[in-house]
Design a protein around this ligand. Structure first.
Ligand SMILES: [Zn+2]
Length: 304
C-alpha cells in the first residue's frame, strides 16, 4: 500500500494483540528479502535503518527503502533505529522516514526526557512517530554498546512516557543485542514487563530479540563459521512478551546469520561462481525465510 507512520502500525497491533516485525536493512538484498516476505505474508512491517546503516549505505539506502515502501501492497514504516542524536532524527524526518527512534537510554533520566521531547516536537509536526528507550540492553549493535543490562523501572517508564509524549517505548527486560544473548538459562523478565504494561499505555518495543536458530548455527559451523556459542531469545518467550504488551519486535542478528550461512554455502559448494547475483540470490531467499518465520511467530501474518 503505502508508507505509513509507525504509530498507525503499532496502535493497530496493540488493539489486535500481535506484534509488528521490525527488520534492519543494510543493503539491497536485505531490503528485498524483508519486503518480499511482508508481501507474501500480507503483513505490516518496519523497515529500519540504524545510523550505522546510514553511514554504510548513505541516505541512498534509505531512499531505496522508501521507494520499496511506497510501491508495495502492504503497509510499511521506514524507521530510524537507535537514533543517536536530535540532528540525525531531524535529518531522517526531513528525508521522509515515517518513524524515528531517539535513543537517549545512556543519558541520565532528565536528559533522556529532554532529548526525547525535542525529537517528539519536531517529528510530530510532520506526522512522524517517535520511539524512545528507557533502560539499557547489554551487548553491541552497530554503534550502540553497553557492557551491562539496566532494566527498565516500571514507574519511571510511566513518568517518562507522560513527560515526553513518545509514541512507543523500548524496554530493557533482559534481552541483549548481538548473537550471544545468554549464558546458561534463557529468560527474559516477564514479571517486570507485566508491571510496565500495567502502567504504560503506549505500545512497547522489544530490542535484541533475535532467536538465533540452532539449525542456522549448526549450518554456519558446517560451512566453517565460528559462532557455536550463539544463543538467542526462544520464540516461546517472545510470544509471552507479546501477550504482555510488546507490539514491535526488532530482528537484525537472525537476518545477518542467515545471510552469512547462505553465502558460505554457495561459495563452498560452487567454486567457480563469481557473479554477485548468483552469490547473493540464495542469501536473499534465506533472509526472506527468516523474516517469514518471524512474522508468523509475531502473529502479524494477514494483518496488513
Ligand atoms: Zn536495538
Amino acid at each position: 500500500m503505502v508508507l505509513v507512520s509507525g504509530n498507525k502500525l503499532l496502535r493497530k497491533a496493540k488493539r489486535g494483540c500481535y506484534a509488528v516485525g521490525a527488520f534492519n536493512t543494510n543493503n539491497l538484498e536485505i531490503t528485498k528479502a524483508i519486503i518480499a516476505a511482508a508481501v507474501e505474508a500480507n503483513a505490516p512491517v518496519f523497515l529500519q535503518l540504524s545510523s550505522g546503516a546510514l553511514k554504510y549505505g548513505g541516505f541512498e539506502l534509505a531512499g531505496l527503502a522508501l521507494a520499496f515502501a511506497r510501491k508495495v501492497p502492504v503497509p510499511v514504516a521506514v524507521h530510524l533505529d537507535h537514533g543517536p542524536s536530535i540532528e540525525v532524527a531531524r535529518e531522517c524526518v526531513g528525508f521522509g522516514f515515517s518513524s524515528v527512534m531517539i535513543d537517549g537510554s545512556a543519558l541520565p533520566f532528565g536528559k533522556n526526557v529532554a532529548v526525547t521531547k525535542k525529537v517528539v516536537a519536531l517529528a510530530h509536526k510532520k506526522g512522524v512517530s517517535v520511539e524512545a528507550e528507557l533502560g539499557q540492553l547489554k551487548g553491541r549493535e552497530d554503534e550502540v554498546f553497553s557492557a551491562r543490562h539496566t532494566y527498565t523501572d516500571p514507574s519511571a517508564a510511566a513518568k517518562f512516557v507522560r513527560l515526553t509524549g513518545c509514541d512507543s517505548l523500548a524496554v530493557a527486560i533482559g534481552t541483549s543485542h548481538g548473537a550471544y544473548k545468554f549464558r546458561g538459562s534463557q529468560k527474559i523478565d516477564l514479571r517486570r514487563l507485566k508491571e510496565i504494561g500495567k502502567l504504560v499505555d503506549v505500545p512497547l518495543v522489544l530490542h535484541g530479540a533475535s532467536s538465533v536458530h540452532g539449525s542456522l548455527v549448526a549450518m554456519a559451523s558446517k560451512y566453517g563459521a565460528k559462532i557455536s556459542n550463539a544463543k538467542g531469545v526462544p520464540e516461546s518467550q517472545i510470544i509471552k512478551a507479546i501477550k504482555l504488551g510488546i507490539c514491535k519486535v526488532n530482528t537484525d542478528t537472525d537476518i545477518r546469520i542467515a545471510f552469512m550461512v547462505a553465502v558460505r554455502k554457495v561459495l563452498s559448494e560452487n567454486r567457480s561462481v563469481y557473479d554477485p547475483r548468483e552469490i547473493l540470490s540464495p542469501a536473499t531467499e534465506a533472509m526472506k525465510a527468516v523474516v517469514m518465520r518471524r512474522i508468523r511467530v509475531l502473529g502479524s501474518e494477514n494483518m496488513a
